[in-house]
Design a protein around this ligand. Sequence first.
Ligand code: IPM
Ligand code: MN
Length: 356
Amino acid sequence: MDFKIALLAGDGIGPEVTEEACKVLLATGERFGHRFLFTSGLVGAAAIDSTGSPLPDETLELCRKADAVLFGAIGHPKYDNDPAARVRPEQGLLAMRRELGLYANVRPVKTFPALIDMSPLKREIALNTDIIMVRELTGGIYFGRPQGRSEDGNTAYDTCVYSRYEIERVVRLACDYAMQRSKKVTVIDKANILATSRLWRETARDIAREYRDITMDFMFVDNAAMQLIRYPSSFDVIVTENMFGDILSDEASVIAGSMGMMPSASIGTSTSVFEPIHGSYPQAAGKNIANPAGTILSAAMMLDLAFNLKQEAEAITEAVGRSVEAGFVTVDLDPVHPKSTLEAGYWISDYIRRSI
Ligand code: IPM
Ligand code: MN
């Protein structure tokens, strides 16, 4: 079968890691008899430099026409150090979430046994962590209006808004995940304080009734932040609002050992976006040292979730696992005998090809 993929490499190490993911997809296509057709689009600082916009209309159009989007990273130090910059790369990301209706960000947090000692947590605590973190991505305080400053500039405000519909669809997605796993969903909120959180609880309870086998529990976000590092293996599927999810998913991402290994999917109302969770890591850009595994595993999520190619996705995940076991990894995982981005990517593509 043919699949159209919009390739948004973005900034920093984005081009290098997406390049390796494309090669892995091509190898997977060869093995299983699919054609993956890539079309590149500009996004982030790279897009601002050449078009003035972090998400040009052309790129958005490309995404809309594609079967899925593979995304690298965006961000550039020249904007981080300039709080007054009117146009910023991150606006491209928020615009893409809004325009493509990317209502849920899904981040699996799973330890690779060979990498367990890279975790900042004690081995016995990190062991057996296997969480699916579902973050609402197009609502809450990120998008709520009004947002701004008072006339005298001395007061600022953001608005956190949620509708029942926005909560329902993301909680349903979390329950669907849980049905394929241990059937446990933890809803994280701040219902002791926030009206939006109380609507989350009420709505989540209603959705749980649709899934008779699901056990749903509720946790306040401050407690959840603590439990995540104290007892991560007690969680299965987590679902939470946009900003809590932003914070907790970064916290969860380090439990498994290396951020460079972590994939994610942003589920859209029609097209979905797949991207590693790491940023543009400008210090490593162009040096052929970045870990391509997070993007390669994101490509595996794309095959699974967007194209329903389960076996193909599994082949990629297995190849990445084998490369880690073989120690054929980049400097973030092996500072003594590191492989380059190209070498690590090649090993994975080659493993997939050799398994024919
Ligand atoms: C993320 C990032 C973004 C967010 C930024 C870059 C806008 O931190 O994807 O988690 O806050 O959502
Ligand atoms: Mn974040």
